[in-house]
Design a protein. Sequence first.
Length: 598
Amino acid sequence: MSTTFTASPLSPAKSRPNEAIAKETPPPFPFSLLTKCTSLRQLQQLHALAIKSRLQHHPPLLTKLITSCPPSAMDYARRLFDQIPDPDVVLFNTLSRGYSRSDDPIQSVAVFARMLDAGVGPDDYSFPTLLKACASAKASEEGRQAHGAAVKLGFADNIYVLPTLISMYAECGELNVARALFARTDGRCVISYNSMITACVRSSRPSEALALFRELQAKGLEPTDVTMLSVLSSCALLGALELGKWIHEYVRKNGFGSFVKVNTALIDMYAKCGSLEDAIGVFGDMGSKDTQAWSAMIVAYAIHGHGSKAISLFEEMLKEGIKPDGITFLGVLYACSHSGKVEEGLGYFRTMRGRHGVIPGIKHYGCVVDLLARAGRLDEAFEFIDGLPMQPTPILWRTLLSACGGHGDVDLGKRAFERILELDDTHGGDYVIISNMCASDGRWEDVNRIRQLMSERGAVKVPGCSSIEVANTVHEFFSGDGKHPQSEAAHRMVDEVVERLKSVGYVPDTSRVFHVDMGEEEKEASLRYHSEKLAIAFGLINTPPGTTLRVVKNLRVCGDCHSMAKMVSMAFDREIVLRDLNRFHHFKDGLCSCGDFW
DNA sequence: CAAATAACCG
């Protein structure tokens, strides 16, 4: 698929008297091709042309060549750079920016140091570039040193530097430092607001982000497209559809409706707030659509369980001549694994590198593991992880572990669990899965060992929490607690629902209850008041008959709640849209859109 | 050439 550049026509007519003169005149250099350069090969072709055009020592051209270097070709960029005798600050910045986008961003720090050694002073863009590199490398120590240097050289309050400082600290997990820096700004600069709002989003604090947005509005500052991106992302995190719709209106009224990225964020927001129809609407209304917009729509179909739609959209995208990127493939692979299309998924995975020039990364491998494991091809998944060209992350083993849980393969599950232990990065959920597996297999000694291990390693079980938006207010319920003002009523409603469903054949599935030392009744009780059941019951009480219930849960939905929700959708004639940790379940007429494959 | 959406498992 890669395009090859052809040189401008430069062969002069052969038998002309002025042939000698024509040879003297170097061929013109095709500057317009520079920005279209996407691979090392194209870059080398351009460099060759530059030499033919006798421009190889021309600093602006070398700078442009370095700027055009794809992130994977930084060695080449470095060689070009080293040919320049006295690089100026712009050139140092260019090289530094190249590294900050590569997979070795920390190299920017060395470039910056070399610049200072060479006696070249930084300009307004040197620190932002350096700090961006520290942020993407999550190098907080280097980031702090860069901050120190910025203070020393008088750049710390620079309007270009301050927002980057804020986002660097946030990216390095130091939201408090970011907040403190933001507080020192006079709050008159939208860009600083943007970086602080984005910092909150990146640290999963959507409510704080929205509060800052309201503050910005109250001050009469004009939000930018970037503000809208972060605000929409906050709505997506919260799953707050009503608020999201309001922001959509705001976007339209304030002239952001034609921004491709804002529309892409709208697609994502609607998809994550459970309204696939609205996402489709935004996508359909977009005038021009880039790779990201198509990807967002593919992911939207995928998380709603519409695997075939996601795939046909991908094919349509290819027909339109839009180049897929790594994220497009994550969407496609995700769609396949969540709808059981194993062979299709593997097929797409194999075309990534050759046909589309997209190098698979660890997340793509993760999708393949999920693809195989979810479909029950557990041994293959295990071998696949072991044969990877890179060190697997705990996530890959966790994917396998969770699938082993679903398919009841205790022995393989234990092996996967051990790999997570070796990597010393266990989550509470890992212990829950393996312990439940051992429990349902009657391996009580193992269960006790696992629980002991869990407390030794200080892992904690994340409490289940579900929320439901009723009349523009988000109500939160935790499993079994009584904190919500209407908790009593919700509990009683659950009792009522359970009784009614039992009469139509519902049997509580207590086989996977975590606690071993419980009697059957206690187990049923702990299951009965799972947070999603409370939220659904609350919705049944507080909304008129027929209203769709939209519930967001912080963990994966459990099997018992899943089957109960199906029955509620039938017995109470309600649609229920339940957002899991990472996907949606649409319950209607006793069935779920996931087809019980999740 | 500052701020930046989309992202595998739980």
